[in-house]
Write a protein that binds this ligand. Structure first.
Ligand SMILES: [Zn+2]
Length: 227
């Protein structure tokens, strides 16, 4: 470990896991090093001063004649090839958001960007959440976001960005918010329902007329009307 006068520390690490030198395709261990590279993976903060990790990784040749892979870079489960953030930092960020912290605040506290924290949380949420049971009554509500914004179209004109979104909730049960989609038209609602129906066992389609009629009167959608 090196420490600069400013207190910043640099830790040089090497892989202690012998499987890091096994070819990911054929599994044969290699001792033939082609070159070394130094990566700077982001890791959990430790102590008061900034801590930088440098990992000197080896790129190996695969000597197995029947293996299609000619070379590979050593990797460990916590840092798969191409990863720039350790698994434990990713899990820590996801848990911080799961405990009620905002993505922005978590990204401020950790050496991570907003999109990285958000991706870590989505990945964690996907692994623990299960699909809720179909609601008996689907409630919809619309939300308007911010000021009107205009974006350039490919043809060079201007287009107003969608300001409304429709939110879906389980009105009669306790599943809470089920999702959201851009826009507030009947077509937007049908698109969202169609996307949810993909992979569903029931082949019958939504009755689009019923959806539109219910939305016109802003009444909750009773799911028995929909198929
Ligand atoms: Zn191989």
């Amino acid at each position: 470990m090196q420490q600069r006068e400013s207190g910043e520390r640099t830790v040089h690490v090497v892989a202690a896991d012998p499987s890091a030198s096994a070819c990911p395709v054929c599994g044969v261990f290699s001792t033939s090093v082609r070159q070394h590279r130094t990566t700077r993976p982001k890791d959990l903060p430790y102590g008061e001063a900034p801590l930088e990790v440098r990992w000197r990784t080896a790129q190996y040749r695969c000597r197995e004649p029947r293996c299609p892979r000619k070379a590979f870079t050593e990797s460990i489960a916590e840092l798969p090839p191409g990863a720039r953030v350790t698994g434990r930092l990713r899990r820590f960020a996801a848990a911080a958001v799961g405990d009620g912290g905002s993505v922005a605040r978590t990204a401020q506290r950790l050496p991570l960007s907003w999109p990285t924290v958000h991706r870590a949380f989505v990945c964690y949420a996907d692994s623990v959440l299960t699909e809720p049971a179909p609601p008996a009554v689907l409630g919809t509500d619309e939300t308007r976001r911010g000021r009107p914004r205009w974006t350039r179209t490919e043809a060079g004109g201007w287009e107003r960005r969608e300001r409304f979104e429709t939110n879906f909730v389980d009105l009669a049960g306790d599943a809470g918010p089920l999702g959201q989609t851009a826009g507030r038209t009947g077509a937007a609602v049908v698109r969202w329902l169609d996307a949810r129906r993909e992979g569903c066992k029931d082949p019958s389609g939504w009755s689009r007329g019923v959806v539109r009629r219910q939305l016109r009167f802003r009444t909750p959608l009773r799911m028995k009307h929909l198929n």
